[in-house]
Design a protein around this ligand. Structure first.
Ligand SMILES: *Cc1c(COP(=O)(O)O)cnc(C)c1O
Length: 218
């Protein structure tokens, strides 16, 4: 299937209140532009430099979400053009985003990345630490927490991810109910090509799809 056909099929299939993020790592600006022409409204990027190149070609007609591991020394560049950072998992990273956004007069929507598989070497905050992290970030002037994001363990079995997605949704609901000042729990970003159907069943309202749009990565 072509990129265009894949996008159209996904957009037709997804419920209307679910946001589709095209996960574009390793794809060329031409490939990304094709997805945008077919109706993609959000591009997800893992690398700041790669994203900058694509942004220069495609510009502001889509939203740009950062979905990779953000190093502190890349924050200044990232905040200049990203519309959301989905992978905040520490006070230090949030503080750097806050500082750099303050310098350019921008308020950055962020999601908190949850290490729902509790894998020590992986990015994300453990579920039980999420609320206290959010309380700390909520005090920052130039950062707005808008929800949670999770990957789950790298397994080919989508069913094995279901428990991780479910726990993340429960956490999302709990934090939403706590109605923390300056925190707006709107987005639950979970699910990729092999797992988005399970993620939707478990309450995701944002899915990040790469190979299901662009084909296999080599
Ligand atoms: C690559 C990537 C995706 C998409 O993965 P696919 O299996 O290609 O759909 C989603 N989220 C993140 C954070 C990624 O790095």
């Amino acid at each position: 299937m072509s990129i265009k056909e894949s996008v159209r099929q996904l957009l037709a299939e997804l419920p209307e209140d679910v946001k589709l993020v095209a996960a574009a790592k390793t794809r060329t600006p031409v490939e990304i532009a094709e997805a945008v022409e077919a109706g993609i409204g959000i591009v997800g990027e893992n690398y700041v430099q790669e994203a900058e190149n694509a942004y220069q070609e495609i510009g502001k007609k889509v939203e740009w979400h950062f979905i990779g591991h953000l190093q502190k020394n890349k924050v200044r560049k990232a905040v200049a053009f990203f519309d959301m950072i989905e992978t905040v998992d520490s006070v230090e990273l949030a503080a750097e985003i806050d500082k750099r956004c303050g310098q350019i007069g921008k308020i950055m929507p962020v999601l908190i990345e949850i290490n729902s598989g509790r894998e020590p070497q992986k990015a994300g905050v453990y579920p039980e630490k999420a609320e206290s992290l959010i309380r700390e970030i909520a005090g920052m002037k130039n950062v707005r927490v808008q929800g949670l994001m999770t990957m789950g363990p790298a397994t080919t079995q989508a069913e094995e991810l279901r428990a991780c997605f479910r726990e993340t949704k429960e956490l999302f609901d709990r934090i939403k109910e706590a109605a923390l000042h300056n925190v707006e729990m709107r987005y639950l970003s979970m699910g990729m090509t092999d797992s988005y159907k399970v993620a939707l069943e478990e309450g995701a309202n944002m899915v990040r799809i790469g190979s299901g749009i662009f084909g296999p990565r080599d």
